[in-house]
Design a protein around this ligand. Structure first.
Ligand SMILES: Cc1cc2nc3c(=O)[nH]c(=O)nc-3n(C[C@H](O)[C@H](O)[C@H](O)COP(=O)(O)OP(=O)(O)OC[C@H]3O[C@@H](n4cnc5c(N)ncnc54)[C@H](O)[C@@H]3O)c2cc1C
Length: 473
């Protein structure tokens, strides 16, 4: 078994970041907006700024992370600095019957936080992180994961780690929050203790186990953009672990059937301390990566078992580091804004790794990111929170980078993989890997929790003020 120590410069990058290079900027259709009275009215009541088309900064501020949706031109962007600004925005949206959406980190796969011709409630300036002596963290809903993690680390605390620093804590948590340490610490939403939210009728409410409990249930996995606009989250954090071991194995072209065949049973038998994902490429190469909370001896034994199960050799790149260093390895590969299509399937079971590997074989722009679930995620039942996939072993994310390819081709590829996976592994869908062309998304993302979520949506947004194509209705 060959071993290669990873140098500090050779930062492990999240698969999405590795494939997300290359931006495609779409054209934009002009929105005829004569800055009507409503915007003057709203501007007068905001402490934050209101950007309209033509204003300085509007053309940059409007851009979503997924540049496939650069043609979305909001009618206005409100840079809110306090909950009262959010209240004024929702009042105006209701009064004028315009589309309105909250924006945290702007990483929605379908750019739902950038409604074309609508009002963006941009929370980026409400991004404070306060860590209290009892370990509770109060996090502004506009904070990005990187800001949250560095403030927590400075206080010796942590939360389950997402893969990418520029993702917003809001969308990430509201949809569940999968990541690098999920098998040990669970989902980000599992650490949520309370949330402050502005309702569509502009009330400020606190959702917690004791107050607005149905809303609190729905905010943990029910998906961003539904129910109201969260202005801050309160999390129960954990002390940072002393040492972590980050690893990567790169298996050669043509090995995908063997690697997935060995990885699948291995990943479900791992101790909770080890979280792992892999990326199957169109040429049959596979990158396996992950991290163990603990020293390298914990992880190297497990990786030796993986190599034995796979039957194909690959050097083990690994490094044992303290938590801040591990965080920079794991979340350090910052993807740039780019055009992509992605989709999701959550497995109920999977027995045919060769067929799974074949779903992306020969594709031009699409690969398959496969993540081990289980561990602490399964310490809750499928109805404890709105996230329904407790007990599922694996998450699959077909990920297509547009680059120089026609977007329709990449959409077709991703759709083909997603459809094939539904037959092979099951139909579950992770709401944060939301695919605007997936027809069965509502039933498969929320499963047995859909009916209850619909009741919460009807109660908190009866007039569908927060409407978007994949809203809970
Ligand atoms: C590069 C990249 C890496 C990713 N890595 C991971 C990962 O490791 N794990 C994971 O689970 N997911 C990951 N995702 C998916 C990510 O969690 C979702 O795209 C998430 O919705 C993004 O949240 P955001 O706040 O950045 O996005 P936004 O586009 O701002 O928001 C997403 C949705 O939530 C709504 N929303 C935003 N703020 C609020 C609020 N305050 N109150 C109510 N609704 C709100 C928006 O209106 C929109 O509908 C990744 C995505 C990308 C693009």
């Amino acid at each position: 078994m060959a071993r290669v120590a990873v140098s500090r410069r050779n930062v492990l990058r999240w698969a999405g970041a590795a494939v997300a290079a290359g931006a495609a900027v779409g054209g934009g259709e002009a929105v005829a907006d004569a800055k009507p009275a409503r915007w003057a009215r709203l501007r007068a009541h905001l402490r934050g700024e209101l950007l309209l088309p033509g204003d300085n900064g509007y053309d940059t501020a409007r851009l979503p992370f997924n540049s496939l949706f650069d043609h979305h031109r909001p009618a206005a962007i409100a840079r809110c600095v306090r909950p009262a600004d959010v209240q004024r925005c929702l009042e105006e949206a209701r009064r004028s019957d315009i589309r309105v959406a909250a924006r945290g980190g702007g990483h929605s796969y379908a750019a739902y936080s950038t409604p074309h011709d609508g009002l963006v409630v941009d929370l980026a300036r409400m991004a404070g992180v306060e860590v209290r002596p009892d370990g509770t963290a109060v996090v502004g809903a506009g904070a990005r994961l990187g800001e949250v993690y560095s403030a927590l680390t400075a206080a010796g605390r942590c939360l389950p780690l997402g893969n990418c620093q520029s993702v917003g804590i809001a969308g990430f948590t509201l949809g569940g929050g999968l990541g690098w340490t999920q098998r040990k610490y669970g989902l980000a939403c599992d650490r949520l203790r309370a949330a402050r939210m502005v309702t569509v009728d502009s009330r400020v409410v606190t959702a917690s186990p004791d107050r607005e409990p149905e809303l609190f249930w729905a905010l943990r996995g029910g998906g961003g953009g539904n129910f109201g606009v969260v202005t801050s989250f309160e999390f129960a954090t954990m002390p940072i672990p002393e040492v972590l071991t980050v690893f990567r194995l790169r298996f050669p072209a043509g090995s995908a059937a063997d690697v997935l065949g060995g990885w699948q049973p291995w990943s479900v038998a791992l101790p909770d301390e080890v979280s792992t994902s892999c990326v199957a490429m169109p040429n049959g190469a596979v990158d396996v990566f992950g991290c163990g909370i603990g020293p390298e001896r914990l992880v190297l034994g497990e990786l030796a078992r993986l190599l034995a199960a796979v039957g194909v050799d690959a050097p083990i790149e690994h490094v044992e580091v303290d938590y801040p260093t591990a965080t920079s390895y794991m979340t350090g590969g910052q993807p740039i804004r780019n055009a992509f299509r992605a989709s999701s399937r959550i497995a109920d079971r999977w027995h045919d790794p060769a067929a799974v590997a074949d779903t992306v074989r020969g594709m031009d722009g699409t690969l398959l990111i496969v993540g081990a679930l289980g561990g602490a995620i399964d310490r809750r039942t499928p109805t404890d929170t709105a996230y329904p996939h407790r007990g599922a072993p694996t998450s699959f994310e077909p990920f297509g980078t547009v680059g120089d390819l026609p977007p329709e081709q990449v959409t077709r590829e991703v759709d083909q993989v997603q459809t094939a996976l539904a037959r092979l592994v099951g139909t579950g869908t992770y709401i944060n890997y939301l695919d605007p062309s997936q027809e069965d998304w509502a039933q498969t993302a929320y499963r047995h929790n859909l009916r209850r979520l619909r009741a919460v949506a009807r109660r908190y947004d009866p007039d569908r003020v927060l409407r978007f194509p994949q809203a809970v209705r």
